[in-house]
Design a protein around this ligand. Sequence first.
Ligand code: G3H
Ligand code: 13P
Ligand code: ZN
Length: 300
Amino acid sequence: MFVSSKSLLEKAREKHYALPAFNTSNLEMSKALFGAAEQMKAPLLVQTTPSSIEYAGLESIFSIIKTLSKNSKIPACIHLDHGRDLGLVKRCTALGYKSVMIDASRLPFNKNAALTRKAVKIAHWRGCSVEAELGSLGRLGKASLTDASQARLFVKKTGCDSLAVAIGTSHGAYKFKGKPKIDLERLREISELVSVPLVLHGASSVDKKLVKKANRYGAKLGHTAGVPMKDLKRAIKLGAAKINIDTDLRLAFTAALREFHAKNPKDFDPRNALEFAGQSVKKVAAEKIRAFGAKNRARG
Ligand code: G3H
Ligand code: 13P
Ligand code: ZN
């Protein structure tokens, strides 16, 4: 069953849990994510970036997710992650996406707000909710963090349904040089002034065990660092209701592929390797659902 993200996220914020939003670009990841959400009886947010849409084809990836959703009992939402222009927002909403992000965080405040406002008009007309972003994530501490009073003004001006904030996280597996520095005090200030659900990007924890496993089977990942789960749990208490996870799924998938081929050198049926990798993604996704308090929330 396809649902909009607005009610799912508002409920999550109100009840102090968060929904992980999982990135996908293919059948195997998507199957694994539905499997995890069903096992945990949790609502599911799956999201596709412009580059994963380019990889899979918009209609193809949408049909896969829609069909999985039709055959499943849990509420699921398909979301456009990091949409950069109104063209893609229009294509996704026309096709049936229930949620879109317009990411104009690279622009100055007024231009960001103006583009976001346009996306809100397009999406709301189709009954689709909108995530916007203020502040930018950057890499290795080069972010420009979100200011709380600007955030309040931004939400008021744009009418967005949720807001991605920059508090020191960043995308990928190399988020920090030294110790993670997540500005939870800033999140508290934003949360006090902004009532829409808050979104954290770049929230993978980059599990050391997975990195070790990948390296054991031939990867050369070197130093990696992610967001500690204890910081994410505190962020959830402070109003983070959607927490984006991509890197951890990629690590789980590719480490398992490496492991499968190392242990089964004579097996050349891709379905066996992909099934094994999917199981590993399912496990990681289920762990996130449990850790963020979203288990058994499928009915609210
Ligand atoms: O938030 C962005 C993703 O984690 C990376 O996106 O699909 O363009 O590689 P991508
Ligand atoms: P990670 O790279 O930390 O998984 O972040 C994913 C994300 O923010 C997708 O929008
Ligand atoms: Zn992101």
